[in-house]
Design a protein around this ligand. Structure first.
Ligand SMILES: NC(=O)c1ccc[n+]([C@@H]2O[C@H](COP(=O)([O-])OP(=O)(O)OC[C@H]3O[C@@H](n4cnc5c(N)ncnc54)[C@H](O)[C@@H]3O)[C@@H](O)[C@H]2O)c1
Length: 433
């Protein structure tokens, strides 16, 4: 026996009472009364705290969770719409769940899939990160092409399960995310909600679906972070993100690896490089530069240290769509079933860029010519809040394996964007931002 065994676990626990039995009994009864009294007080306090606490409020306060609703789906008419939208209409067609379908890239990808006869069902929470009326206009466009967008959140597992019960999707094109690098300082939890929790929620449902779908999803060029070696290659390090957005995309790539490894899900990550074009995102520079040049407002043009050029590998939306479709078409089947892996599955990552970075000043020159207006340029130091100095894609892997070959230069692509912009916001009918 060790000397430690002699010591009572609670000091004093085994001390003998010296007082008589009756005295002990009275003291015991009064202790019970005190204990009951304090228990009631304690319980009361817990109840008061619970009903006053914001987390018990049925309406979530966190803006990132605003759209997590479960009451606007279900019923036989709804199921019929879902089935009809996802019905494959061509031989060898695929049936795709497109998340983020009311978004910029999601709209274009959905239209392209539908056009070639694939079944497409959209899912989007229509959050107000940027003007939701633009998302609703994109939805109207998709409706005209026969694509139905279910309004819901990727964190709503009950909804996702229901969708997989109604349709045996062969593929998921996962584009729903909280985008933008600077907004992460304002609303960091929205990035965790959509890009991490939402991704896990989606993969959980995909891994249990029978059959499991193949998943193609949007990562980002921002995973290259502070790297200085150019052009960025898929083999380069991606462990020094410059923004929370980039960190959540990098986390997504690691999460994808896990689900591929454990459950046999076929997963392809696409690192998009600054996508632009008609129906684009109002938070992106080419979009709000156009708006502000037309309004005669000054535009911020960032400059790196020692007057260094800030440049982006701008990629036109149609080229990105071709890359997405090629990734879907070359995706192998997932190998698991019922949540169990049956064999190794495909895991891929590709850069989808344009291979020719353009200085932001040149972007403004082109916009000035197209808009026939002079921009009021406000040269500023590049803030250290997420933006990197340049992006430049090496696309040889995508070229080899997806036959990806971007064909639209910035001048041609911006011309199409400006034409759309002027038409969409014509005559001040709709105000951009
Ligand atoms: N556009 C680019 O330049 C670019 C560059 C790199 C990566 N990406 C990635 O490509 C994807 C598409 O980008 P985009 O430019 O079309 O952005 P977008 O913001 O226009 O589209 C994203 C859509 O997802 C929806 N969404 C967000 N969180 C959701 C949630 N929790 N549940 C359901 N829907 C949700 C939004 O309402 C939005 O309509 C994103 O994953 C983005 O991170 C885009």
């Amino acid at each position: 026996m060790s000397h430690l065994d002699d010591i009572p676990s609670t000091p004093g626990k085994f001390k003998m009472e010296k007082s008589p039995y009756i005295h002990n009994r009275l003291r015991w009864q009064s202790s019970i009364a005190k204990l009951t009294f304090w228990s009631f007080i304690f319980l009361g306090l817990i109840l008061v705290f619970f009903f006053r606490s914001p987390s018990s409020n049925p309406l979530p306060q966190d803006p990132s969770r605003r759209s997590l609703r479960t009451d606007n789906w279900g019923g036989s008419a709804w199921e019929k719409r879902v089935r009809s939208s996802a019905r494959v209409r061509s031989r060898n067609g695929i049936s795709v769940l497109v998340t983020g379908a009311a978004g910029f890239v999601g709209t274009h990808v959905s239209v392209a899939l539908k056009r070639r006869g694939d079944g497409v069902l959209g899912l989007d929470n229509f959050n107000d990160y940027y003007d939701p009326s633009l998302k609703r206009a994109r939805r109207a466009l998709l409706e005209r092409s026969g694509v139905f967008i279910v309004e819901g959140d990727i964190n709503d597992s009950a909804l996702l399960k229901k969708l997989f019960e109604v349709v045996a999707f062969t593929h998921v094109m996962h584009l729903a995310a909280q985008a933008g690098v600077r907004y992460a300082m304002e609303n960091p939890s929205s990035y965790v909600h959509s890009n991490i929790a939402g991704l896990v929620s989606l993969l959980e449902v995909c891994k249990s679906a029978n059959p499991q779908p193949a998943i193609v999803w949007a990562s980002s060029s921002s995973v290259y972070g502070l790297n200085t070696k150019v052009p960025f290659s898929e083999r380069d390090r991606t462990d020094q993100p410059a923004s929370l957005y980039a960190a959540t995309k990098k986390a997504g790539e690691e999460i994808a690896h896990t689900y591929n490894h454990i459950y046999g899900l076929s997963l392809t990550g696409l690192r998009f490089f600054t996508v632009y074009g008609p129906w684009g995102r109002p938070d992106m520079a080419y979009f709000f530069f156009t708006r502000d040049i037309l309004k005669g407002k000054s535009i911020p043009i960032f400059e790196a240290a020692n007057h260094g050029t800030v440049a982006r590998d701008f990629t036109y939306i149609d080229d990105i769509v071709k890359g997405c479709l090629a990734a879907l078409d070359t995706a192998e089947k997932s190998t698991g079933s019922g949540g169990k892996k049956k064999g190794p599955a495909q895991l891929r990552v590709y850069n989808l860029g344009n291979t020719s970075p353009v200085p932001v000043t040149q972007l403004v020159d082109i916009l000035e010519r197209l808009l026939k207006r002079k921009a009021k340029r406000n040269i500023m130091k590049l803030p250290q809040n997420g933006d990197v100095q340049f992006t430049h894609a090496n696309i040889s892997l995508a070229q080899r394996e997806l036959s990806y070959k971007p064909t639209t230069d910035l001048q041609t692509g911006l011309k199409k964007f400006v034409r759309w912009y002027l038409g969409y916001y014509s005559g001040g009918k709709k105000a951009a931002g």
